[in-house]
Design a protein around this ligand. Sequence first.
Ligand code: UDP
Ligand code: MG
Length: 319
Amino acid sequence: MGQPQSHKEPYLSVVIPVFNEQENLGQLQARLATALEAAGLSWEVIYVDDGSRDRSWEILCRLQEEDRRVRLLRFNRNYGQHMAIFAGFERVRGQVVATLDADLQNPPEELPRLLAKLEEGYDVVSGWRQNRRDSWLRKIPTWIVARVTSRVVGVAMKDYGSMLRLYRRPVVEAMNASSETSSYIPALANIYAARVAEIPVGHSQRSGGASKYSLYRLLKLNFDLMTGFSVLPIQMVSLLGILVALAGLAFGLFLFVRRLIVGPELEGVFTLFAILFVFVGLQILGVGLMGEYLGRIYREVRRRPRFVVSETRDNAPQS
Ligand code: UDP
Ligand code: MG
C-alpha cells in the first residue's frame, strides 16, 4: 500500500472525535492498531476529546503514553462531533485522512479496504452502512437526508451520515480553509472532491455507552446540512407561497362567480379560517427560514473561534 513521504510524516492520519466514550477507547485503539499494522502502512491517530465528562481523557492519556503514534487534543467544553473532527483536520500530517466514530460502530478493520479503493484514484471514499445497526427512527431520516443532500451538493450518495470515510489531504485542506462555524463534513468534502466513491462497509451496534445524539441535536445537524449548503429551502417556500396565492385567487374568483349564480354563501366562515391558517403557517415558515439564513450570516460575520483547544498531548514534531 502507500509509502510514507519521509520517516516522520505518516501516510495515514486517523481523526476520532470522543465524547464520553470511556467504555470503548481501549478496545478501539487496540483494534485500530492491529488493523493498520496488518495493512503495513505508517499512520497516526488524533483523538479529539470533545469536552468529555467521564474518564475518557484519562484513558486517552494512558493510550498516548503507550503509543507514540497517538496524538491528543482536548476541548475546554463540548462543541460537537463535527467541530472535533475539524480540530483534528487542522493538525493532520498524513497524505490520506480517515475519520471514524469512537463507539466501534465503524469497524476499524474496514480501513484497508477503503484505502485500496482510494488508491484506485479517488479523492474521497465513503463507507456506506449497508446493514446499519440502528433503529428505524434513525434510518428513515438518514435516507431522506441522503436523497436531499445528494441533490443539493450535486454528488449522489447512498449514505451521507456515515463517518467512516477517507479523504485525500488537499480535500481536507480545502475544508480547513472554508472555516465555517457550522458545517456538515461529508457534504462539505464533496464540494471539493473531484472523484468520490462509496463502498459498503460493516456497521455494528454501539459497543458501550449511549448515543450522544438526542432528537434535537439530530434535527439541528440536519438543519445545518440543509441551510448550510443551499438556498433551496427558502426558494421552495417562495414557490409554495406563489402557488398558494394563485390558489387563493382562483378560489376567490370561484366564490365571486358562485355568488352571482347561487347567491352569497352564509356558512363558509370556517373554510375561510382553514385557508387563513394555511397562509399564516406559510408565513411563519418563511420568516423562520429567513431568520435561519440571517442568523447564519451573523454568525459568519462575527468570526468567532469555532472551538477552544485547552490541552494537547503530542509526540509529533510541531510544524
Ligand atoms: N461525538 C462528539 N461530540 C458530540 C457528540 C458525539 O465528539 O457532541 C462523537 C462520539 O463520541 C462518537 C461520534 O461522535 O465518536 C458519533 O457519536 P454517536 O455514536 O453518539 O452518534 P450516533 O452513532 O448515535 O449517530
Ligand atoms: Mg454511534
